[in-house]
Design a binder for this molecule. Sequence first.
Ligand code: TMP
Ligand code: MG
Length: 286
Amino acid sequence: MIPELSNPSVCMRDPQRVQEILQSMVKAGSNTVQVISDFDMTLTRFAYNGKRCPTCHNILDNSKLISEECKEKLKELLNTYYPIEIDSSRSIEEKLPLMVEWWTKAHELLVQQKIRKDMLAMVVRESDAMLREGYQLFFDHLYEHSIPLLIFSAGIGDILEEVIRQAGVFHPNVKVFSNYMDFDDSGVLTAFKGELIHIYNKREGALLNTGHFQELRTRPNVLLMGDSLGDLTMADGVQDMENILKIGFLNDKVEERKQSYLDSYDIVLVKDETLEVPNAVLLYLT
Ligand code: TMP
Ligand code: MG
């Protein structure tokens, strides 16, 4: 079917089912398809040369805009809450309030740092942020085929946009739903806008009501990409869904989490730092 689905990183609970979904989506035509993707550790790399790559939050945390004292506190938060995020022995119900706590505390600390809007581009430029190998083809191909890409992220919208802008792939078919910074008249961060998005409240319903995303509602064939079990609900707001193909990146704690990923994602990519498989799927669909 798609040769890349035989790559060593690919695991599927039900390859037959994957084939059926793909065939059904091809039949429906690429003008009925949309892609809904997470950003951190899905479109960006988890590691490079053995070193962890930053999330949107980490890009800021590690920058010179943050005081040493605040960096320590943010690192403490990361060391406390990241192990909880990836702990397969705890339920989502148990983790949800703790994740809200993480995001709330981190955003409070960031707001205290008087971060200036006009410094963000520099911060991203000087960071170790890296999109996954094959990103150019991924973004360009979607644009060339007029397939909308919704990036649904619990990271920071301003940072994420800058990453894809600097990579030259922030095409007009890309929409972003994320946490955006609110600046005062002099361009200093004072708060985060709107309702907090954390890893366990990613549902499209609310945002689609805003009217900005009307087109997305009417594309009933979805390619969903994520790296967390919280990403699985990102397409909940799509009306009259016909088919959904879920691709999950399993980056960390592989043995403990593999079964739960296989149970919920159609295609699981184990320690795969590339977009080779999503790209092959997209080429097949178009
Ligand atoms: P997402 O990839 O599901 O959109 O979630 C964003 C990621 O950001 C999630 O894996 C946790 C991470 N994160 C940090 O690295 N630092 C932080 O301060 C916070 C709040 C989240
Ligand atoms: Mg992620």
